[in-house]
Write a protein that binds this ligand. Sequence first.
Ligand SMILES: Nc1nc2c(ncn2[C@@H]2O[C@H](COP(=O)(O)OP(=O)(O)OP(=O)(O)O)[C@@H](O)[C@H]2O)c(=O)[nH]1
Ligand SMILES: [Mg+2]
Length: 315
Amino acid sequence: MPSDKPLAQRLLDGDRRALARAISLVEDDDPAGWELVREVYPHTGRAAVVGVTGAPGAGKSTLIGKVVANRRAAGRSVAVLSIDPSSPFTHGALLGDRIRLTDHFLDPGVFIRSMANRGALGGLSEASLQAALLMDAAGRDDVLLETVGVGQAEIDIIDHADTVVLVLMPGGGDSVQALKAGIMEIPDIIVVNKADHPMTQTMVREIRGVLSLAPQGDWKVPIVQTEATEGTGVEQLVEQLLTHRAHIEEQGTLAERRRNNLRNEVIALATTKLRRSLEARVCSDPAFEGLIDDVVARRLDPASAAHALLDDTRS
Ligand SMILES: Nc1nc2c(ncn2[C@@H]2O[C@H](COP(=O)(O)OP(=O)(O)OP(=O)(O)O)[C@@H](O)[C@H]2O)c(=O)[nH]1
Ligand SMILES: [Mg+2]
């Protein structure tokens, strides 16, 4: 029976349907979604947010499925957000296929959602951050974010995790190279999944080599070997997740990290807004087209034109 309570209240009460509805609103860039996030934001910040990244097919979803089972057994409520920048599908299409969490579909303690590319307007990264906040507000103890890593710079949602897990697989040398080259930030925990593969130990050694060259913080990045399909190593992974969480809470790094992440988020949102308002202003503006004419005719260089445009929009 539909409740006549407002959506925000139902969400805060942990109502799954309210959560699903709320996420659809932010996914559609509906102003009501932003309003909702504004309302419930004071109730966020309680969930332990874990980001799981790695190359396609590394076993992120299989692993998340096993971690979810473990957390449920410990009595925690869980939400999973799978972010797929490469897929044109939205609203949970192909959900079961991609997320491999079908075992959990009937468990009310597990909320699963996928989000795919949304085209040019309203970034996926923005929408997924809002969705994660809504999951947090809905009282989920653990929020797990799955995203494909390496070269997906626009998907910085992973930056909003308290703990970042990088999933590698033996033979997937590209990711180790990305770490080595500094293209990919050193995560908090590294998983070598598909540890049944004969190249596993070689890869573990390679990763140790890379980590030994990285600047040493006060957290020593553990390498956990798993075989997600069998559930092997999952307990060790969960143990590392909890240890990392306790570590950042004790050291005060959690607060610092969150502050930093939120600062970046505010700048990112402001940048998007500025860009949109700029685009709206120049759209079919004859003065702007005149400026472009000058650039095309080589009378004005692009940087000077940009300056002129900014001076013009400011005045
Ligand atoms: N042999 C072996 N296969 C595994 C293991 N873990 C996952 N797989 C298989 O690897 C394939 C990809 O697993 P997923 O969990 O979908 O990987 P993913 O990283 O989520 O993939 P995307 O979401 O598409 O990027 C599936 O066929 C899994 O059954 C493992 O430990 N050993
Ligand atoms: Mg997956």
